[in-house]
Structure formats: C-alpha cells, structure tokens
Design a protein. Structure first.
Length: 264
C-alpha cells in the first residue's frame, strides 16, 4: 500500500501533467481544421477538459490539497508533431500516474472517479493513435514514382493480446510487427480496440467491387462468415486474396463483398 505522501505525489503529479497539456490540445484543434482528424481533435480537447475537472474531484475525494501548480510545456509546431507529442505524453502519464495510482485508491467515491478518468485516458490514446495511423496510411510517393501498395492487413487488438502473441499467431516476429507500426513506441503497451497493421505475405488488395469491413469474432470461420452475410465461400475468399481461409483469428479485419453492390 502506498504511503499518504506517495499518493499525494501521484495524484498531484497526475493533475499537473494533464493540466499542462490543455494548451497543446487547443493548438491541435486549431491545426486540425481542414484535416481528416477534426472530429478526433474536437473530442480530444473536450475529454482533456473533462479530465482536469475529474482529477481535481479525485484529489478532493482523497482529501488532498488541490492547490498544486503547473508549468507551460514546449511542444512541436506541426500537426503531426503535436499528435506524436501528445501520444507519447499521454502514454507516459498513463504508465507513470494512472496505473500506479489506480493500485492505491480504495475509497468508494475516489474509486469511481479513478475508473472514469482511466477509461477516458485510454480513449484519448486510442484517438491519438487513430489519427497517427490514418496519416501514416497515406505516405507521399517520391516525385514521379508511384508508391507501391503496402502488403499488410488491419488487426483489432483483443483483450489479453500482446505483440508476441499476435506475431506468433500470424507467423511473424515482434520486430516485423513493430516495423509495420511505427506509432507503437512501447511494445508492452497495446490496448484492446487498438488497430494495428500486420505485414501480409501476399498483397491483400481485393478485386474491384463494393465491400464492407468485418472484424473476425471468436469462433468465426470463413464458411460461417460467408453464410452470415449471404454470400458463397468462394466469393469471400476472392475478396480477401491476402488471407489464408484456413487461418483467421479474432480481431482480424476482412472484406465482405456486398451482394447488392451497396456497402453496409
């Protein structure tokens, strides 16, 4: 059990670290205008403002002093730079404050607040990673040279997953997974719901047509998925040339051809 002094330092350090990031999120929202991350930037700032109030309430519920001060932080000037700065900062705060303090909060009211702020913190990191991943999907090709399509598939991290287990499941090494996911700076910290890229042995581009995306669930097989969507097994296999039909795993994202030509 943490001493009273340790809990005070963790709680106040948490508030101070998060309060320092408010201007960074405000600048992120300004730069997000005209980008495909405007929705995420808007939600991120709102979540951050909520976090400040919640953390002050947490400190009060723990009967601690809320008068701690904070200093301004220096951050990059570009949109991409701020995204990476915030992702790194929030991941560090999650590891160094939220997860450490969480082990030592038992008071009922404080416990409820702790659960809420930790969930919001995880949500923020997911939103930041989503924006970074989205922008990584569109690398600028060299002048006059078209960029070749990258052979990779999307995978949604499942509860209990680690990079080692994911790599072994797909016949890869952890290093290969990390090379395909430069946004992952801490291989020990991936979260359920996070989307990562799995290097594919065969380019997974489907033939022309209309498709919806489907996340493989526990117990799924290609045959059962085809039945569920009213298509033939061969149609499903043709829509996923980079997928081994005998080896699909929960969290894997596959293409479902639409029999009516409309995307669901």
């Amino acid at each position: 059990m943490a001493t009273v002094e340790e809990r005070v330092l963790l709680a106040q350090g948490l508030w101070r670290s998060e309060r320092q990031l408010v201007p960074v999120y405000e600048r992120l929202l300004e730069l997000a205008a005209g980008t495909d991350c405007l929705g995420e930037a808007t939600e991120l700032l709102e979540l951050q403002r909520q976090q400040i109030g919640e953390i002050k309430a947490l400190i009060a519920a723990l009967q601690m002093d809320t008068s701690t001060t904070y200093e301004a932080v220096t951050f990059p000037g570009t949109f991409e730079g701020i995204l990476e700065f915030l992702r790194t900062s929030e991941t560090d705060i999650l590891e160094n404050y939220y997860l450490r303090l969480d082990q030592h909060v038992v008071e009922p009211v404080a416990r409820q607040i702790m659960n809420r702020v930790t969930a919001k913190q995880v949500r923020q990191i997911r939103l930041l990673r989503r924006c970074i991943e989205r922008r990584l999907r569109r690398p600028a090709p060299a002048p006059g040279v078209p960029a070749p399509p990258e052979a990779r598939i999307e995978y949604v991290v499942q509860p209990g997953d680690t990079l080692f287990l994911i790599a072994r499941r797909h016949g890869l090494t952890v290093e290969e997974i990390l090379r395909a996911n430069p946004q992952i700076t801490n291989p020990e910290l991936i979260m359920p719901g996070e989307v990562i890229f799995i290097p594919a042995r065969v380019p997974p581009a489907p033939p022309p047509g209309m498709f919806r995306r489907y996340v493989v669930q526990p117990g799924d097989t290609m045959f059962l998925i085809a039945q569920r969507f009213g298509i033939s097994l061969q149609e499903l296999i043709r829509a996923n040339p980079g997928v081994d039909p005998n080896l699909i795993v929960p969290g894997q994202v596959i293409n479902i051809p639409s029999p009516t030509g409309a995307v669901g």
